[in-house]
Write a protein that binds this ligand. Sequence first.
Ligand SMILES: Cc1ncc(COP(=O)(O)O)c(C=O)c1O
Length: 436
Amino acid sequence: MSDERGSSRSVVERARTVIPGGAQTGLRAQAYDLGEIAFSGATGTTLETVEGETFTDYHLAFGPVVLGHGHPEVDDAVTETIDEGVLYGAATTPLEVEVAERVVDLLPSAERVNFCNSGTEATYHAIRLARAYTGNDRVIKFEGCYHGWHDYVDVGVYPPKERIGEKHPESAGMLPEAVEHTEVLPFNDPDAVEAALEEFDDVAAVICEPIPHSVGCLLPEEGFLASLREATAENGVPLIFDEVITGFRHSAHGIQDEFGVTPDLTTLAKAMGNGYPVAAVCGREELMAQAGGDNTSGVVISGTYSGHPVGLAAARETLRLLDEESVVEEISALGERYREGLEGLFAEHGIEGRVVGYGSVFAPQFGVTGEPRRYEDVLRLDEATFEEFARRMRERGQFFTPNPYKRQHLSWAHGEAELEGYLAAADEVLGSMMGT
Ligand SMILES: Cc1ncc(COP(=O)(O)O)c(C=O)c1O
């Protein structure tokens, strides 16, 4: 096989012959709709194709890259760590202790921490801990919330209109019993949660994204998260906050700190490692201690690569910077300016739509107005117009996923120049789309 990178088109053609769908995930393959792209470089805010074409990146790999691509302090920490040794797989390491201590210091809910490599593993572990603790099986989740691809939670995430309110499995091949044991409720509806907790006496956990960014941005209404805390506590059911997106991107202390609601268990991934594979489940000592056995008793949390030094070195530096520098304040303030700028352009060009978001996350949505409260409110958006917007923005060097239900992200590397470039491109694109 040749070492030459070839053209994006040739890489995509080869990919399609050896990789199902031509990319590692279906959502990544979707970027092909914008043209045939293969990426081979990323620095700061810039993504580079194999031909050397560059884009300002607002996708940021679905959000992890909170400091910017290739942040030198994070990358140096990784290099120094692997110079010492790559994997030990026995006993403990000073590095895992240091990162666990940082997580315990930062997050209100974290008394004990277990590391793993993906958000999916973290939510799986959290649910297993909750099931073991309660002796119950049923999981309550919310429509539009994504918690990874395992059978326990990949239900009612993006159901089509006609399946709203049902236990809609997102994948073929899922175990029917797992789907059956997952209740899907509308977000922002405390009465539905109370009713479900009353109806079922076998609930093991309530799991939610405190801000469901998996469908752009649904903001929790005043008191909703507190009502979850209250109802679960009353019923002896562990509350799991899936902070895989919100954790560290919206606050170094988790969105739980900002919203003043402390769950029993929290799952973390994405922003904690600035793009390196690292994730965690953490929470109350009583729940987490169930995993302290020897794999023959209690809850098994296992994994050859769990607590891998590469991810943990990245997490140590990323969390240090998030804790000690004003990263979150700066990217959140910039996010506000992107939202305001886009809203101004929507008004100027007479576009029916809205710009949703929080902190450093934003999502222009066409054909819908008003604040979305639940999944149904997002589903009504105009997909074709967003796809055209994404395509034309890419032609002007601005990259984000063409999936109209997803979101755009900012990193610490983004600044005035990127903001100006984005808004100038959006002005042109929206003007030409509207003929204004
Ligand atoms: C809120 C949330 N939870 C869990 C996951 C799963 O994480 P991973 O893709 O690392 O398995 C994701 C991924 O997008 C997510 O957004």
